[in-house]
Design a binder for this molecule. Structure first.
Ligand SMILES: Cc1cc2nc3c(=O)[nH]c(=O)nc-3n(C[C@H](O)[C@H](O)[C@H](O)COP(=O)(O)O)c2cc1C
Length: 329
């Protein structure tokens, strides 16, 4: 996305379609190009789809599945931003060169991945905690490339005060967006994101901060807006997996029960059709659909009752037989 388009998009969002700018959080294993394509086609409500990270794997190469996910032909017509997970300048260069080759003009830096496999190698929150390496990576990213750069970070590895030290480093660079998920890496995804921490950082930092973590309804946005005046930029992940209409609703669209059901059915049919085309193997498709239902079932009154028959299905054919009636439960 060029700078002019980007600025234009923000202006349109702020002045024409209500105030909220809502991006999709990257969720490795869930929000892949098939999901993004289907979601965009049915709902068209998300401002930017952040692609789950790419990283340097065996033989200094990007894994095939990650590479396929960033290929422009798989993301045509969808506002996407790819994300890099790196430990040092060499890894950054390898990933950034690849994205440049693919003609990307924006990139997001992952300083939030909490998994020990990543953090112990100095990636994700591990890089956030290594100030010297972080500066080297940022110097390279901002001086040797012309990407528009955003960054997504947690509060620290174990200590949630770390971010208050590291924010000076981040604030010294011209990021297009600073996206804060107020949990430590040790917390993984458990408990509640710490909104007070977000409020404090937003007030200490003299520039806009995107909020990310546990947003499920308009009340969540309101509560944060009460504490941070002018907060209108959000990133949502699991909330969209649970309720794919969430972003439309948060932007003020209203749906009857019948419309809601119809859109959800349309979306799930499209997901299923597309995964059958892309994955081919029925077992893989079934597994994929079960993974989605582990979240999607949470939007029903009785999640366990909804998820049980889906979990029990051992063949894709069986799943295809039962899922339409479960949708209307
Ligand atoms: C299964 C899963 C995969 C994730 N993959 C990524 C990723 O690739 N990059 C990233 O920055 N964050 C990743 N995250 C974190 C989310 O982007 C987001 O920060 C987190 O889920 C909190 O937001 P939410 O409560 O709206 O889901 C992942 C989270 C989950 C649960």
């Amino acid at each position: 996305m060029g700078l002019a388009t980007f600025v234009c998009k923000i202006v349109i969002n702020v002045f024409m379609s209500g105030k909220e700018i809502i991006d999709l959080a990257p969720l490795q294993g869930f929000t892949d190009f098939v999901f993004r394509r289907c979601h965009h086609q049915v709902f068209g409500s998300i401002d930017t789809y952040y692609i789950p990270y790419i990283s340097v794997g065996k033989g200094k190469k990007i894994r095939n599945s990650q590479y396929r996910d960033v290929l422009p032909e798989n993301n045509q017509g969808i506002p996407v931003v790819p994300q890099v997970l790196c430990a040092n300048v060499d890894e950054l260069r390898l990933l950034a060169d690849e994205l440049k080759q693919l003609n990307y003009s924006s990139v997001n830096l992952n300083l939030g991945c909490p998994y020990p496999m990543a953090t112990k190698r100095g990636r994700g929150t591990g890089l956030l905690e290594n100030d010297e390496m972080l500066r080297a990576v940022l110097d390279c990213l901002f001086s040797d490339y012309d990407f528009q750069v955003s960054v997504k970070f947690r509060s620290g590895l174990v200590d949630d005060q770390t971010i208050f030290k590291e924010i000076d480093t981040l604030a010294a660079y011209p990021f297009s967006q600073l996206i804060f998920h107020p949990r430590t890496a040790r917390q993984m995804y458990k408990g509640q994101a710490n909104r007070d921490l977000f409020v404090r950082l937003a007030s200490e930092l003299n520039r806009p901060l995107v909020y990310n973590g546990d947003l499920a309804n308009a009340g969540d946005l309101d509560a944060i807006q009460q504490a941070v005046a002018g907060q209108h930029h959000w990133m949502i992940g699991r909330g969209v997996l649970i309720n794919p209409l969430l972003v439309n609703q948060l932007k003020g669209e209203e749906f009857s029960d019948a419309q809601e059901l119809n859109l959800k059915a349309q979306f799930h049919q499209l997901l299923l059709d597309n995964y059958r085309e892309v994955l081919q193997d029925d077992g893989h498709v079934l597994l994929k659909m079960k993974q989605f239902w582990s979240y999607f079932s949470q939007s029903f009154e009785n999640p366990a009752k909804v998820f049980k028959p889906i979990k029990k299905a051992t063949k894709l054919a069986r799943y295809m037989e039962i899922y339409p009636s479960i949708l209307s439960m």
